[in-house]
Ligand binder design. Structure first.
Ligand SMILES: *Cc1c(COP(=O)(O)O)cnc(C)c1O
Length: 442
């Protein structure tokens, strides 16, 4: 890998000066492309999302059996959509910025089984793998009732196989809990950022947890290497997995249904803005892909990252994708937003999605805590720090005059706009831990 000449890179991309100074920045990509134009890097389409959705449907009877908390939604792992008007007022007052349109929160923070957005991609990846193994052995067909997967005979079958993953916490939680419940032997390689309670919870589920003193990139690399020597081991590769990506993408059609039920329109006169916290990129990238497929060109997605871990902004802005890490330009990748503590973005996601994402911005840890407190006070909703990254989005967008002019998003259209903040985690944070978060909110 070629060494990086920082002064030269800054000359070419002046925004990097602010990025390196850890200022909060926003960048709106001038090279976005309408959906109708085929993109070179997206080998995936509507049929792939449909296949993922149908697979999840087949597993619904099993999930209802194995995780009774999914029964009210008939075995679907889906989250609520709620209005947060008091938080909207808070944001406007605190930023002295008018936010035109309606503010909603998508509560993936409270998804069943693992309490984060990873309950979409992570659990789907495990289920898909289990299905593939069971079908290959002639034990299962698509038309069977998958409830039988809860039987001892299936658990015993799956116990011959191992699943491994590298994680900052939440992906490990999702994959660990799901794999262990099916009967797989499962190993989670946890980065230094991972919270102790997540490791404890996994061990209580019988998951092997290996801890690293380094960051996410190292945990993934070690996990990948360990799995490479074991043919019975399936490594779920967060940096490159199309399966994870498609599991997240199913969110698009599900959200469309929720919007239809509430009579919320999305079209040229009713734009939808979605603010997604980004770590390695698979979660927000997959969701954004699904949203684009479900809603078309009038959904506008923005990615949000901590000022200390702006890997996707850096990769897309410089066009270097996964060949550059924030550490290469002197940024430390140390943030309270543990779910977003990723120094190098997924190249697969960056290349697939860059022309379909309207913008990227960064937020300080201090702002994450402040908004964590504000959301708790104003709406009684409690999230983990990572999950607040999207909350500044409506402010960033409202101030982005040049971008809105370029897309002809004038006041008349903005009056009909929906702002959707994707809350990505926090539903399982222990009370004591949440009290510490709240105490830092000031
Ligand atoms: C993992 C995670 C994200 C981001 O997902 P990536 O796939 O890493 O980009 C956002 N928020 C929380 C709480 C997460 O755990």
């Amino acid at each position: 890998m070629t060494a990086i000449n920082i002064p030269e890179l800054i000359r070419q991309y002046p925004l990097l000066r602010q990025l390196i100074a850890l200022d909060e920045v926003a960048w709106f990509n001038p090279a976005i492309t309408p959906l109708a134009e085929a993109l070179p890097h997206v080998g995936l389409g509507a049929a792939d999302i449909r296949a993922a959705s149908e697979c999840l449907q087949r597993f619904a009877p099993y999930l209802m059996q194995a995780f009774p908390e999914t029964a009210p939604a008939n075995g679907m792992i889906e989250s609520a959509l709620v209005d947060i008007p008091r938080m909207q007022l808070q944001l406007e007052q605190e930023s002295a910025t008018r936010i035109t349109g309606r503010l909603l929160l998508k509560q993936d923070s409270h998804l069943p089984i693992s309490g984060s957005i990873k309950a979409r991609g992570g659990i789907y990846a495990v289920l898909k793998h289990a299905e593939t193994r069971a079908m290959a052995a002639g034990l299962l067909t698509e038309t069977d009732n998958y409830r039988q997967l809860a039987d001892a005979s299936f658990r015993s079958f799956f116990s011959q196989y191992r699943i491994a993953v590298g994680s900052t916490g939440n992906l490990g939680l999702s994959i660990g809990i799901m794999s262990a419940r099916l009967g797989f032997a499962v190993t989670v390689h946890m980065s230094a950022d991972a919270r102790q309670w997540k490791k404890d919870k996994l061990r209580a589920h019988g998951v092997q947890v290996i801890e690293y003193e380094q960051d996410y990139g190292v945990a993934v690399a070690q996990g990948r290497q360990a799995a490479a020597h074991d043919p019975a081991c399936f490594f779920i590769d967060d940096e490159n997995s199309e399966t994870l990506f498609l599991g997240y993408a199913v969110a698009g059609e599900r959200l469309k249904r929720q919007f239809d039920e509430r009579g919320i329109a999305v079209d040229a006169q009713h734009p939808l803005f979605v603010y997604l916290p980004c770590g390695v990129g698979g979660g927000p990238g997959g969701v954004a892909f699904g949203l684009k497929m479900a809603f078309g060109d009038h959904v506008h997605c923005l990615f949000a990252e901590p000022t200390h871990s702006p890997c996707m902004l850096l990769g897309v802005h410089t066009g270097r994708h996964d060949s550059i890490a924030v550490q290469d330009i002197g940024i430390d990748n140390i943030t309270a937003a543990d779910g977003l503590a990723v120094g190098r973005a997924s190249g697969f996601v960056g290349r697939a999605m860059e022309r379909r994402l309207d913008g990227y911005y960064t937020v300080s840890d201090q702002r994450l805590y402040q908004q964590l407190g504000a959301l708790s006070r104003s709406e009684g909703i409690q999230l983990e720090p990572s999950a607040l990254a999207g909350m500044q989005g409506p402010v960033v967008l409202s101030r982005a005059h040049a971008y809105r002019q370029r897309l002809q998003l004038d006041e008349t259209r903005m009056k009909n706009a929906t702002h959707l903040v994707w809350a990505t985690g926090g539903g399982m944070v222990p009370e004591q831990e949440m009290a510490v978060y709240l105490s830092k909110a000031g």
